[in-house]
Design a protein around this ligand. Structure first.
Ligand code: ATP
Ligand code: MG
Ligand code: MG
Ligand code: MG
Length: 563
């Protein structure tokens, strides 16, 4: 491909709206452009990376007996009514009506539609296991689309659904998917960790793992053990712990002595509540600058005490309305259960800290129908133990370490939730009718691309792992106008293409500095510079983007090296 023809509009400035590195670099390097909130164009370079990731996924899915199909994006409401999700899925579901006023949605996930497909055509145990997958756009009206491709409203997902005859068979399928996922992310060149997770809104009874790409910008908090192989997201670790620890003693308030304090740490000192407990009880408001902190305790945080506290710490008391927002009915606030609510105007550091512990769970991050006592009191205890005692590994009691990660995939045992609801059954050897036992397995393809950038970049740009780079080599003649240089460069470039190497040639009439900057920014793994040395001594300069390693070698050597 010739750079002069490539639509890769690079930017010198970092766009102001981009908060995280992958969003910044993908915009700057001309990979993506925003169309509307959470909806993006993938330009040619991005398209190539997505194709590479998709191909790896496809190979691993096929190896595990997955069969690729394409299912409708547009789904009739009736199917969602059958599973019961039409009314519970909430605002994330993009709903639309046809001209006859019939309800549809744009698929955020495909359990209903695939179950409908299978129930109509698969009847016998002989046809199981059946693994169907697709790679397609998904639609979710995310409350906060952000971070570029990491949280879009239209995004690419691979989703596979498995149908088995019993739990044992599902276990085998699940294992093989788990294995395939590990292969996929390894082949993409990512540092990742599968972690035990909680079954969220999707339901189902069996186990589930999330595949987390380790990155500081990740929205998910995970805990892992160095001593054994235990790793879980924070929510899951907490629920594991809730089962093993008894509630803490009630906490009492201390008196004020340093009125200037106002960091989370200090507030917690003051209240004699551990920071982790404080943090755990925080509920983010949508604007993310103000956080409302709920303080639990049997110590009767009454209005007078709260007022004193807020004055002493220069905080604002949350209004009744705000409390109501968090907990409709308002019970537990300023009431007999001794829960109080404070407003803290958080600076970046505080937000970072709270995020670090609060985890990715939407429930903990946004104002939703949380009921103190019912929804989070127990997890507070667990969290307190876990972080403070530092010996909370549910398997071996060793200290747990914390890291941040981006969820790039999830494998999930659904059991018979959807097959029972939709009547997706088969006949076993004895002719007995049984519901199929299902699993679902998703990978965020566009998110994986962004996560790769989060993990592989430096100050000057992206550093693609070879396996998913849009091009493997970029050939840069210092002066394309120079006839001799052009000839050598073109020959070298054509030679690469003949060997099946994906190469770019920078044939633009630009200064070398501009060409180098762009090559670094777009992140091509190998750069070959052809200048006057090539003419005089037959030498070209080969540079490895990742290590900075540089060699002046002959054109023949370069061709061999690049291979
Ligand atoms: P999250 O917790 O980040 O909201 P999820 O658990 O809701 O993700 P799943 O339903 O498990 O997502 O979907 C499978 C995969 O699709 C996720 O692991 C993730 O990689 C990807 N994904 C989910 N939501 C988005 C999104 N809004 N933008 C891009 N990718 C997404
Ligand atoms: Mg989600
Ligand atoms: Mg999730
Ligand atoms: Mg998930």
């Amino acid at each position: 491909m010739k750079m002069s023809k490539l639509m890769a509009p690079t930017l010198r400035q970092t766009p102001a709206e981009a908060e995280v590195v992958s969003h910044q670099l993908l915009l700057r390097a001309g990979y993506i452009r925003r169309s509307s909130a959470g909806v993006y164009h993938y330009l040619p370079l991005a398209h190539r990376v997505l194709q590479k990731i998709t191909q790896i996924i496809r190979e691993e899915m096929n190896k595990a007996d997955g069969q690729e199909i394409v299912m409708p994006v547009m789904q009739p409401a009736e199917l969602w009514a059958e599973s019961g999700r039409w009314h519970v899925y909430g605002d994330e579901l993009f709903r639309l009506k046809d001209r006859h006023n019939r309800d549809f949605c744009l698929g955020p996930t495909h359990e209903e539609i695939v179950t409908d497909l299978v129930r109509n055509d698969i009847r016998s145990y002989r046809q199981l296991p059946l693994l169907l997958y697709q790679i397609a756009n998904k639609y979710r009206d995310e409350r906060r689309p952000r971070f570029g491709l990491l949280r879009g409203r239209e995004f690419i997902m691979k989703d596979l659904y498995s149908f088995d005859r019993d739990e044992e068979a599902l276990d085998r399928t699940y294992q093989s998917m788990y294995h395939a996922y590990s292969n996929i992310f390894k082949r993409c060149g990512l540092t990742f960790r599968p972690v035990e997770a909680d079954a969220g809104a999707i339901g189902g009874t069996g186990g589930t793992h999330e595949f987390m790409v380790i990155a500081d910008s990740g929205e998910g908090a995970i805990l892992f053990c160095h001593q054994c192989d235990y790793a879980a997201n924070v929510e899951k670790a907490e629920s594991a712990l809730t089962e093993t620890v008894s509630p803490q003693e009630p906490l009492d308030m201390l008196t004020v002595d340093t009125p200037e304090q106002r960091t989370i740490e200090e507030v917690s000192n003051y209240l004699n509540i551990s920071p982790s407990e404080m943090i755990k009880t925080m509920i983010y408001r949508a604007d993310e600058e103000v956080i409302v902190v709920l303080i639990r305790g049997d110590h009767q945080l009454n209005e007078v005490k709260l007022a004193n506290l807020t004055q002493a710490l220069d905080l604002e008391l949350a209004s009744e309305e705000e409390c109501q927002q968090i907990s409709p009915g308002g019970q537990g606030f300023l009431g007999p259960q001794g829960l109080g609510a404070l407003k803290i105007y958080a600076d970046k550091e505080v937000m970072k800290m709270t995020r670090a512990v609060a985890g990715a769970n939407e429930r903990n991050k946004h104002v939703v129908n949380l009921c103190p006592g019912r929804d989070f009191q127990v997890t507070i205890e667990a969290d307190l133990r876990m972080v403070e005692a530092g010996e909370a590994c549910p398997k071996c009691r060793a200290p747990l370490e914390e890291a941040r990660g981006i969820e790039v995939g999830q494998v999930f045992k659904l059991g018979t939730k959807y097959s029972t609801a939709l009547g997706c059954t088969f006949l076993d050897e004895k002719g007995k009718e049984k519901p199929m036992v299902m699993g679902c397995y998703g990978i965020g393809v566009s998110r994986t691309m962004a996560a790769t950038v989060e993990q592989n970049h430096d100050e000057v740009g992206i550093i693609w792992p070879m396996s998913i780079a849009p091009y493997q080599v970029i050939v840069v003649p210092l002066s394309y106008k120079d006839e001799q240089q052009r000839e050598i460069a073109e020959k070298f470039y054509q030679n690469l293409l003949q060997q099946g190497i994906e190469a770019l040639i920078d044939d633009r009439d630009e200064r070398p500095g501009v060409k180098f900057k762009d090559a670094d920014l777009i992140g091509i793994p190998i750069r070959v510079v052809i200048g006057s040395k090539a003419i005089k001594e037959g030498l070209v300069e080969v540079k490895v983007r990742k290590t900075g390693e540089q060699h002046n070698i002959t054109v023949e050597e370069a061709t061999n090296k690049v291979m």
